[in-house]
Design a protein around this ligand. Structure first.
Ligand code: ZN
Length: 154
C-alpha cells in the first residue's frame, strides 16, 4: 500500500469513528443483538429490520474505540439493502481481510471496507474491527445470548 492510500484509509476510519453513520436505535427492529469485546471494552448493540430476507434497515448503538465505532458504522452502510446470505458472505470476506487470510474465490467485493486491511497487522485490533460484524451475525441468526469476542472465536 502506498503512503497516500494509507493516509486516505486512515481518514475514512477517523471520519466514521468521529461521525458514525446509523448510530441510533430502531424502535420495533425485527432483530437485535448485543456484542462485547472485553479486551478493549467495546460494546455494540445492533438493530436489524428484515423485510423477508432483505436487511431493510440496520443501525447500532454502543461505546468503543474508534476502530470498533468506525467498523460498526461502515458495517451498517455495507449491509443495508443486502440479503442475509449476502451480509454473511460479506462478513466472511471482511473477517478474512482483518485476520490477514486469503479471501474465498467467490468472495464479494469489499469496497470501502478494504480500509480495514491494516488491522491485520495489529492482532488486538482484529476484535475491535470484527465486533459489530459478529453482533450482526448473531442478530441475523436470531441468537439471544450476548456475543463476546472471547467465546465466539475471532
Ligand atoms: Zn476496541
Amino acid at each position: 500500500m502506498t503512503d497516500d492510500l494509507r493516509e486516505l484509509y486512515q481518514e475514512v476510519i477517523l471520519d466514521h469513528g468521529k461521525r458514525p453513520r446509523n448510530l441510533r436505535e430502531i424502535p420495533g427492529a425485527t432483530r437485535t443483538a448485543e456484542g462485547y469485546n472485553p479486551l478493549c471494552g467495546d460494546r455494540a448493540t445492533v438493530y436489524v429490520t428484515l423485510d423477508g430476507d432483505v436487511v431493510k434497515d440496520v443501525s447500532f448503538v454502543g461505546k468503543g474505540c474508534s476502530i470498533s465505532t468506525a467498523s460498526a458504522s461502515m458495517m451498517t452502510e455495507a449491509v443495508k439493502g443486502r440479503t442475509r446470505a449476502e451480509a454473511e458472505a460479506l462478513f466472511e470476506r471482511f473477517h478474512a481481510l482483518v485476520t490477514g487470510e486469503p479471501a474465498a474465490p467467490d468472495a464479494p467485493e469489499l469496497g470501502k471496507l478494504a480500509v480495514f486491511s491494516g488491522v491485520s497487522e495489529f492482532p488486538v485490533r482484529v476484535k475491535c474491527a470484527s465486533l459489530a460484524w459478529h453482533t450482526l451475525k448473531a442478530a441475523l441468526k436470531g441468537e439471544d445470548a450476548p456475543v463476546t469476542t472471547e467465546t465466539g472465536g475471532e
